[in-house]
Design a protein around this ligand. Structure first.
Ligand code: TYM
Length: 331
């Protein structure tokens, strides 16, 4: 039986990139009879400074977003990372098995640290905590967008290194990435970069909770190029091509169908057509989200129930690890 695990940071709102690149796939995976866990990774969020007065409400907000997208706590274990202390405990052990050189080469670290004057240690060891998230539950498959591939590779390497040193304990996880380019949705403002929660300009991304007029405005302002025609060319026309990727993901039309249907439209007109399709697609999600936000106590309860299930499994793994590493005597 497959064990599926994935995580999402609670800082910033769930955007179209997260949704089309990862979360929509999670919803499908939970229907397949696999063992499925989804984690709101708040400890990863504090690797960069967070406002303590809003962090927890963001955790609840992200939980509401996941449920609104269709994640079902009766099919998947949905929980908050910091409620399960074994994540940080296992991260310590794994951190002793990798090198500073290995972590320093990871692209996400390079990108994020380049923007900091002083680099927090947490940002550096971030991928080790991510490996612990995955290995604690013996996950076999990790559904993510393209930007996470190197992190899953590190987790697989750490599983092997641990097994070689201490005896077979962990399975090496594999990433599950959508074949289509939705696994790397681009920013609406800088179409050569990925859509990201941390880009300062909010017009660069569409949040799932954005009201219709905001969604339309963001698509209207989306950066394209000087050719006012709709066709796909990801190299020469990253802006328009990214819009077509979004279109394909929400309407199910392929590129030829989109191009044929958009003949005679300027790119400005096409943006409005696409905006309407996105608004329509997001309407039920947004409604569900707004409804869930009104009951923070209910969301808190879901996270606690999820943590209870996760803790039991995490404690088993941690107990085995302590014995294998020699922190406790032989079993
Ligand atoms: P995070 O919170 O940045 O993003 C959550 C998921 O969304 C995907 N994603 C995208 N997909 C397509 N296009 C984009 N522009 C885009 N932006 C983000 C991400 O690939 C991710 O799948 N380190 C992780 C969280 C994490 C995790 C884990 C994931 C912590 N522990 C264990 C898997 C397993 C992160 O920061 O994701």
């Amino acid at each position: 039986r497959r064990t599926i695990f994935s995580g999402i940071q609670p800082t910033g709102e769930l955007h179209l990139g997260n949704y089309l690149g990862a979360v929509r796939q999670w919803v499908q995976l939970q229907e397949g009879g696999d063992d499925v866990l989804f984690c709101v990774v708040d400890l990863h969020s504090i690797t960069l400074p967070q406002d303590p007065t809003t962090l927890y409400s963001q955790t609840l907000g992200m939980t509401a977003s996941l449920l609104a997208c269709g994640i079902d706590p009766s099919r998947a274990v949905v929980f908050q990372q910091s409620r399960v202390p074994e994540h940080t405990q296992l991260a310590w052990v794994l951190g002793c098995l990798t090198t500073m050189a290995r972590l320093g080469h990871l692209p996400q670290y390079k990108e994020k640290s380049a923007m900091q004057k002083e680099i927090p240690l947490g940002l550096y060891v971030y991928p080790v905590l991510q490996a612990a998230d995955i290995l604690l539950y013996h996950a076999t498959h990790v559904p993510v967008g393209e930007d996470q591939l190197q992190h899953i590779q590190l987790a697989a390497d750490l599983a092997r290194i641990f097994n070689n040193k201490f005896g077979k304990t962990f399975r090496a996880p594999r990433s599950l990435v959508l074949g289509q380019d939705a696994a790397r949705l681009r920013s609406l403002r800088q179409p050569t970069k990925k859509m990201s929660k941390s880009e300062p300009d909010p017009r660069s991304r569409v949040a799932l909770s954005d009201p219709p007029d905001v969604v339309r405005e963001k698509f209207k302002k989306a950066v394209t190029d000087f050719t006012s025609e709709v066709y796909y060319d990801s190299q020469e026309r990253p802006g328009v091509s990214n819009l077509m990727v979004i279109d394909r993901a929400v309407t199910g039309r392929n590129f030829e169908e989109i191009q044929a249907a958009s003949q005679g439209l300027t790119t400005a007109q096409y943006k409005l057509v696409l905006a309407d399709a996105v608004v329509e697609h997001l309407a039920p999600i947004r409604q569900h989200y707004n409804h869930l936000l009104q009951e923070p106590g209910h969301l808190d309860q879901i996270l606690e129930r999820g943590a209870q299930q996760a803790r039991e499994r995490a404690a088993n793994t941690w107990s085995v690890v302590r014995h294998k590493v020699g922190l406790l005597g032989k079993l």
